[in-house]
Design a protein around this ligand. Structure first.
Ligand SMILES: Cc1cc2nc3c(=O)[nH]c(=O)nc-3n(C[C@H](O)[C@H](O)[C@H](O)COP(=O)(O)OP(=O)(O)OC[C@H]3O[C@@H](n4cnc5c(N)ncnc54)[C@H](O)[C@@H]3O)c2cc1C
Length: 405
């Protein structure tokens, strides 16, 4: 049993932290205030470190540490969460890594050659588009259609609250792995996953006025007779629902990583503050009302961090040894991380704000940005809080706990 990161993993972590402390952290307030998107040089710098190539084999321009991809991705995204607490850059990165991995695994050769080298170079964004106006949690009810005809899918419908809309259309270039209904009679066995470049003719978009992660857009994508060539399909026709669930497993690990990184930094800010803030003639840290809260939060976060590292390792191991655990068992572990990390992070960040008093309510202090950012994952992004409980209950208790069966 080995709990340490390997020497290479430690070096990678140190390298990403140095880059983030020097380049990302100093610009995090400006990114949130100006709402002009993520500066190109930050994406380019991370690409040069190999971050965007973690999930991509060398053959397609990446630098995948074969068999340890999730472990490395977890390290990188945690570091980004520490440095950019509003979580715009961590989320941009985790979407490219988590969902880009499905292209590596299930994409056609033509799709991989077209997209992956550009993702690894930081020139191309890859996101996910499942949510529709009718609801995000009930994925089996999506309506966007994609009739297959003459080697193309003809896509019609609307996706909403999609991250990276401006990034893939106006600011940079990119597209979304999109869940479409290809067999209207077959329920969730009638969905297919296709990659849709966001600039294809027939796609229009609008953006939402979010309260957090201001440097990363969310918006709607409307498809009107959009022709998507067959080579953009991932895996097999009508297997999209299952690939979506597999993709959630990877993306949610990284969501938890971003939240854990952000929360760790929030707690450090509080720890450093209470040591130097003198009240009633002594440092605030001397008062157990404060120090015990920090101690308890540190304990909870350490447990979660270790469980997250274990889950990332389990995901890597499952791809190397398919009999290690089932994908459903991995989903249970992943949902524990996704349920805990945003909610615990939001709670801890709020407590940290109380430790810093009025200063925490200014934009000079990054805690407010962190709270607004992490709330995106509490309310729903990559699957709502309650949905994680539903998955854990289904896998731990059994089908008796499933309300829709
Ligand atoms: C900032 C942000 C970025 C996003 N980016 C993307 C993206 O890139 N791509 C994408 O496809 N989607 C994206 N989403 C959408 C996200 O996936 C959805 O918010 C999520 O799936 C929940 O869907 P919903 O918001 O429609 O809520 P609903 O599905 O309407 O659910 C409302 C509430 O009810 C709860 N709930 C639902 N079902 C049950 C149940 N059976 N029992 C108990 N409680 C239940 C949910 O947890 C939630 O709290 C994003 C969301 C946000 C906030």
């Amino acid at each position: 049993m080995e709990f340490r990161l390997s020497t290479e993993q430690e070096l990678f972590k140190r390298m990403v932290r140095e880059f983030c402390e020097k380049n990302v952290e100093p610009r995090s307030r400006e990114m949130d205030d100006k709402e002009e998107g993520i500066p190109d040089e930050l994406i380019k710098g991370l690409a040069d470190l190999g971050v965007f190539g973690i999930m991509i084999p060398e053959k397609y321009g990446g630098s995948a540490p074969e068999g340890e991809e999730m472990t490395y991705a977890n390290i990188a995204v945690q570091e980004l969460g520490r440095a950019e607490m509003s979580m715009a850059l961590p989320v941009y990165t985790l979407l490219c890594l988590g969902w880009g991995f499905l292209i590596t695994k299930y994409g056609t050769e033509q799709l991989k050659e077209e997209v992956l080298p550009r993702v690894a170079a930081g020139e191309y964004f890859t996101g996910i588009a499942t949510t529709e106006p009718g609801g995000g949690s009930d994925i089996a009810n999506i309506q966007t259609s994609g009739m297959y005809k003459d080697g193309k899918f003809i896509v019609n419908g609307e996706k909403v609250y999609i991250s990276g809309v401006l990034e893939s259309i106006e600011q940079r270039d990119g597209g979304h792995i999109t869940l479409i209904r290809t067999d209207p009679e077959a329920g969730h066995r009638g969905f297919t996953f296709v990659f849709i470049p966001a600039k294809l003719p027939g796609i229009s978009y609008s953006t939402f006025d979010d309260i957090g992660r201001m440097a990363l857009s969310t918006g709607s994508l409307v498809y009107k007779d959009v022709e998507v060539p067959e080579y953009y399909m991932l895996g097999e026709m009508n297997r999209g629902f299952y690939l979506n669930m597999e993709g959630f497993n990877l993306a949610r690990i990284l969501v938890a990583a971003a939240c854990v990184g952000m929360t760790e930094k929030a707690l450090e800010i509080s720890r450093d503050y209470v040591k130097q803030r003198v009240l009633f003639g002594r440092p605030l840290a001397k008062f157990e009302g404060i120090s015990f809260e920090i101690a308890e939060d540190h304990a909870k976060l350490e447990q979660l961090k270790l469980y997250l590292q274990y889950t990332a390792w389990a995901a890597d191991t499952l791809y190397k040894e398919p009999d290690f655990i089932s994908h459903r068992d991995l989903s249970r572990m992943v949902s524990i991380c996704k349920m805990e990390a945003p909610m615990l992070g939001a709670e801890i960040t709020q407590r940290c704000m109380t430790h810093l008093g009025a200063f925490s309510y200014t934009k000079e202090c990054p805690l407010g940005r962190g709270l607004r950012g992490i709330m995106s994952y509490v309310v729903g992004a990559e699957g709502g809080y309650h949905i994680q409980k539903l998955i854990i209950a289904r896998e731990y208790i059994g089908d008796e706990a499933v309300p829709y069966r």
